[in-house]
Write a protein that binds this ligand. Structure first.
Ligand SMILES: [Cu+2]
Length: 144
């Protein structure tokens, strides 16, 4: 890992306690480390639970293409970037995730470092929300 990426991860870990946007805890990100995957697909395709994003929380590298896939479509599960708190969704228009209310796929390339939560506007009360933690690319310095 590059020293820069390592420092960023350490900063993230140090800042992590008490930090749980959309119920994504540091352990959830560590358990879903998709930094080596591109694209990353997030879909509500869990058998028996249409209100669960899979993966719900994910650790990804900057520059990753994230494909949100809605079953059956975003008309039934409108996607918005932002947090859920006290039963309310708070759309974040500055997030690279954006929003989608039609179609079945919403693809974004996330180049920013940081945490980007998201939710379904119809089913946030059923726990239909999640978050992406974006850290610098692995080995990015090796190719400079
Ligand atoms: Cu939904």
């Amino acid at each position: 890992m590059s020293s820069r990426g390592c420092v960023a991860l350490l900063l993230w870990a140090a800042a992590a306690p008490g930090h749980a946007l959309n119920n994504c805890l540091p352990g959830d990100f560590a358990n879903t480390d998709l930094r080596g995957s591109n694209p990353v697909v997030i879909a509500n395709d869990s058998p028996g639970n249409p209100f669960l994003y899979r993966p719900r929380c994910a650790l990804i590298a900057a520059g990753t293409t994230v494909i949100f896939r809605a079953v059956p479509n975003f008309g039934m599960h409108p996607l918005f970037a932002g947090t859920v708190s006290a039963g309310m969704g708070n759309f974040d228009p500055t997030s690279p995730i954006g929003s989608a209310n039609t179609g079945e796929e919403h693809s974004v390339v996330i180049n920013e470092i940081g945490e980007f939560p998201y939710f379904c506007d119809f089913h946030l009360a059923s726990g239909m929300f999640g978050s992406l933690m974006v850290v610098p690319q692995l080995f990015a310095d090796d190719f400079e």
